[in-house]
Design a protein around this ligand. Structure first.
Ligand code: FAD
Length: 317
């Protein structure tokens, strides 16, 4: 079922959902089930699975020569989605990224997804490879999420890359990313909104936000979206802080602010266990307000560790 239909049928009640990372190569599908099982009691109507572009590793040969190898650490997004749908009977939402795919490969992946009965996709540009300072598009692939989105919209209309297939239209409900604190590469918020609106005008059906720790950022983001005639559901993305290291790593990786009150409370903690408590309590309070504000879904970035999210969901749902 489409995410927009889940929201429409919720009767205004805030839903619960979460995101998982595919396990690193060498781990079994059971690590995914272990990350899902503790959260199923909160009845998520959908579960997202991220997609990770290949990176480079260097392999040293006996001669001493280094060979540069393209290596995907976390493969399996599509198969994990199929396994989730089969085992839990909930919708799985694969993330689709521009980086690492030609348009032909994207077309084939979308056909696979349709055959598997997957109704939703979250389309993204994708992160830069760790070895690259900036995002480098794949030759024959897409530069921006809006280009990838256009390809999905075209297929929904039966327009494939090289021919039309009126009888075989896909019917994907399409999500895109939004950044309450601005995407880090955008020169200013206005420019970022221009391109977010472009994604929605082209056919995005819902937005999932980057994480934030101050609800005011979400409130202002939703307000600005509506002022820009962006009327699709805006799903807040949330991640509790669970370690003191994240005071530095989260702003660095995700380009978000941690409010002074929260950072000071974390700095005052005497142990990591105390930090976790502060992070979880802050997130519960944040979520309670988001529910009051009528957020359609609370979407948790679990990083495949279900325990903090379970504590929060137990307090809310
Ligand atoms: P875009 O919408 O393409 O925007 C990228 C930047 O370019 C922005 O600054 C935008 O303002 C600008 N821009 C857009 N269009 C144009 C244009 N036509 N001309 C000039 N500038 C333009 N990454 C992964 O690798 N895998 C994942 O699974 C994943 N999941 C995510 C889920 C969510 C909810 C979020 C918020 C992010 C996720 N990311 C993921 C990270 C995301 O890929 C990065 O933030 C990436 O840098 C931007 O992706 P985007 O889809 O927002 O890009």
């Amino acid at each position: 079922m489409k995410i927009t239909d889940h929201i429409a049928q919720s009767g205004g009640k805030t839903l619960f959902s979460f995101e998982l990372l595919p396990p690193t190569k060498g781990k079994s599908i059971h690590s995914i089930y272990d990350a899902i099982d503790p959260l199923m009691e909160f009845k998520p109507p959908f579960i997202d699975v991220t997609y990770h572009r290949e990176d480079y590793i260097y392999k040293q040969h006996e001669s001493g020569l280094l060979e540069k190898i393209s290596y995907r650490k976390r493969p399996g997004t599509v198969a994990i989605c199929a396994a989730i749908m089969n085992k839990y009977k909930v919708d799985a939402v694969p993330h689709l990224i521009c980086g690492g795919f030609t348009k032909e490969e994207t077309e084939n992946a979308l056909i696979d997804l349709q055959f598997l009965g997957i109704d939703n996709v979250l389309v993204l540009r994708g992160d830069a490879r760790q070895a690259d300072t900036n995002f480098i598009p794949t030759a024959g692939g897409h530069n921006y999420a809006s280009d990838l989105l256009q390809q999905v919209v075209n297929m929904n209309q039966g327009k494939y890359l090289h021919e039309d297939h009126e009888a075989f239209k896909t019917d994907f409900c399409i999500g895109v990313a939004g950044y309450p604190e601005k995407h880090f590469e955008a020169p200013n918020l206005k420019s970022d909104f221009k391109f977010l609106k472009k994604k929605v005008d082209k056919g995005a059906n819902f937005i999932v936000t980057q994480m934030f720790y101050d609800n005011q950022k979400y409130i202002e983001f939703v307000k600005k979206c509506r002022e820009h005639e962006i009327h699709v559901p805006i799903i807040p993305g949330l991640k509790p802080i669970t370690s003191s290291k994240q005071l530095v790593s989260l702003p660095k990786i995700f380009h978000i602010d941690i409010p002074e009150e929260l950072s000071e409370a974390i700095q005052a903690c005497k142990s990591e266990a105390e930090v976790k408590e502060v992070g979880i309590e802050h997130m519960i309070a944040q979520c309670q307000e988001l529910i009051k504000l009528g957020a359609p879904v609370l979407h948790f970035y679990t990083m495949s560790n279900p325990n903090p999210t379970k504590r929060i969901a137990a307090a809310l749902f």
